[in-house]
Every structure is written in C-alpha cells, then in structure tokens.
Ligand binder design. Structure first.
Ligand code: AMP
Length: 137
C-alpha cells in the first residue's frame, strides 16, 4: 500500500508533532496514545515507513515485536497490569485510522476497553503513566 509521509505518526517521527515518548531507539518509537482506551495505552511503531503489517519487512517486524514485549513487561511491572491487550489493525476496513503500522498495548481486559480513537485523554494523567512505564524499562 502506498505510504503517505504526511500521516500523523510520520510527523511525530520527524519531530514535527509532539508525543509523550516512553522508549526510542534507531528503529522503533513507543509513545502514549492520546485517546487511550484504558490507562497506560501505549503505541509501538517501527520507524520503517509501512502502512500495515503486511507491508513491513520481516526483519523490522521481528525487531518491533521485541520492543513490544519489552514495553509490555514494563507496563506489567509499572502499572501492575493483570492483563495486557495487544492490538494491531491493518487497513481502514479493519478500523485502522493512522496509516503507519503500529501495535497497541492496552493494560486491562478486552471486555473493558473504551472506544477506539474517540475520547482525548487527560494529558497530565497520560504523562504520569508514561513516567511510570519509562522508569520500569
Ligand atoms: P489505529 O486506529 O489502529 O490506526 O490507531 C491509531 C491510534 O492512534 C488511536 O488509538 C489514536 O487514539 C491514536 N492517535 C491518533 N493521533 C495520535 C497522536 N497525535 N498521538 C498519539 N496517539 C494518537
């Protein structure tokens, strides 16, 4: 699928838009979702430009999932999460709203998630949760 380099996450990666970051290295960025479906909702994205998992080179996918696991472990420890939902939407038909591949990590239960990408979260609360996750990484 053609990649639009003006999408929100591409702009975050270039530093043109702000993000509450929890982890960054040369290949991957993890940051807080601004419309969290539960407290601590975090996104993990490869820096490789790709719209969906189907477009992402396998080596980038393999590395990104290692960071997904690392952030999930920090989330479990920092937020005392009893469960963590890992969600990844491919294509608008699946409900994907930002066309840059990303993994959602949402502490809690699938049955208690808030609505997807609807309600802006409290920035101070999100920042405080990010600090906790960062400290556990
Ligand atoms: P998806 O619908 O799977 O593409 O998920 C996109 C996610 O990005 C949603 O959960 C949105 O709440 C989130 N989101 C949209 N804009 C931003 C932003 N500027 N910073 C952080 N998260 C965002």
């Amino acid at each position: 699928m053609a990649y639009d380099d003006q999408n929100i996450f591409a702009r975050i990666l270039r530093g043109e838009l702000p993000a509450i970051k929890v982890y960054e290295d040369e290949q991957v960025l993890a940051f807080m979702d601004i419309m969290p479906q539960a407290d601590g909702h975090t996104l993990v994205i490869p820096k490789t430009p790709a719209v969906t998992l189907l477009d992402l080179p396998a080596d980038a996918a393999a590395y990104t999932i290692q960071i997904v696991q690392k952030v999930a472990k920090a989330m479990e420890k920092a937020l005392d999460a009893k469960g963590i939902v890992l969600m990844q939407l491919n294509g608008a038909a699946a409900g994907q709203t930002v066309p840059h591949i990303h993994f959602h990590l949402v502490p809690g239960s699938l049955h208690e998630l808030g609505r997807h990408a609807v309600q802006m979260g409290d920035q101070e609360k999100i920042q405080a949760l990010a600090e906790k996750i960062k400290a556990a990484l």
